[in-house]
Write a new protein. Structure first.
Length: 316
């Protein structure tokens, strides 16, 4: 008996904007043995048409069916809902894009969905954190590429650390062009810090904007993340091993970092090569979705006449 990987079947990929997703999704699905239906956005319609034609011509040259990869017209919004009703023909849907797109697919689809993530990610600077390391990680997590889902949207800072080093952290962020919404404590450290609201903590800014909050301890930080996180990526900067271990055990996200930027949550960085998205759900895959995530498993059993019924001896 052995357990082997097998294709999911027909994967419907629904995504916005970026034409590179067309190539990533088509090639990954093919490599994992799946057929792929691609429904991109109208803004990239012509690019997607050209790219799919290139892939289909390559399939033909390789003596494979060009229908393995197909493009669904984006001209009608109803096409997304129609794909979600094709249970039995489509095996799984993978939405990738804005939170509204993902939630629409989740609500309307009767086809199983792999939810790729909105990234309301958090950085927690614990009281024992090295000053320069914390500032460097905060800058990288927020400003390296703020428009992607693994950039940090909220920074939580231990109150004592903020008293000692908060001014320098805020100055470094502002110097990089970041708009900061912070609580009363942080506003007293810099006049450019704007008042923060609950709406800011709920927002995936995807821009040079960050929400900040001081906390009394790691427990308060964990509770805040539990309330507002999209379960994508969170990081703690700390030199306290016990607090780090507790943080990584209790935080329920696809990736939980210690003393590192959240910007590493990526298929290439994790050693998977290309990825089709980053899953924030618990089933059937979580985190960057590489080739293995586009397969399921099956048991293959070789016998030599075995039967399951009760076996009686001659004495019986």
């Amino acid at each position: 008996m052995k357990n082997v990987r097998s294709p999911l079947g027909v994967i419907a990929m629904v995504y916005e904007a970026r034409p590179n997703v067309t190539i990533d999704a088509g090639s990954l699905c093919l490599k994992a043995g799946n057929a792929c239906l691609l429904r991109g956005s109208s803004s990239a319609k012509r690019s997607n048409e050209v790219l799919v034609t290139v892939m289909q011509d390559a399939l033909t040259k390789a003596s494979l069916s060009r229908d393995i990869v197909q493009l669904i017209s984006p001209d009608s919004r109803e096409s997304v809902n129609e794909l979600g009703q094709l249970r039995g023909l489509v095996d799984v849907m993978i939405p990738r894009g804005s939170a509204s797109l993902i939630q629409t697919v989740l609500r309307q689809s009767i086809v199983p969905v792999i939810e790729t993530g909105e990234g309301n990610c958090h950085l927690y600077i614990e009281g024992t954190a090295d000053k320069q390391m914390a500032i460097d990680i905060a800058i990288d997590s927020k400003t390296d590429r703020p428009s992607v889902c693994n950039s940090v949207e909220t920074i939580l800072v231990d109150r004592e650390w903020a008293t000692l080093h908060g001014h320098d952290l805020i100055h470094a962020l502002i110097d990089k062009g970041v708009t900061i919404y912070g609580d009363d404590t942080l506003q007293t450290l810099n006049e450019n810090v704007l008042p923060v609201t609950e709406e800011h903590f709920e927002t995936e800014f995807l821009d040079y904007v960050v929400a900040m909050k001081t906390v009394n301890d790691s427990g308060e930080a964990i509770r805040h993340i539990d309330q507002y996180s999209s379960h994508h990526s969170e990081s703690i900067v700390s030199n306290n091993e016990a607090i780090v271990e507790r943080f990584q055990q209790l935080i329920d996200s696809a990736a939980v970092y210690h003393n590192a930027s959240t910007r590493f949550t990526d298929g290439g960085e994790f050693g998977f090569g290309a990825e089709i998205g980053i899953s924030t759900q618990k089933l059937h895959a979580r985190g960057p979705l590489g080739l293995e995530a586009l397969t399921t498993n099956k048991y293959v059993i070789q016998g030599s006449g075995q039967t399951k019924g009760v076996q009686y001896s001659h004495e019986t």
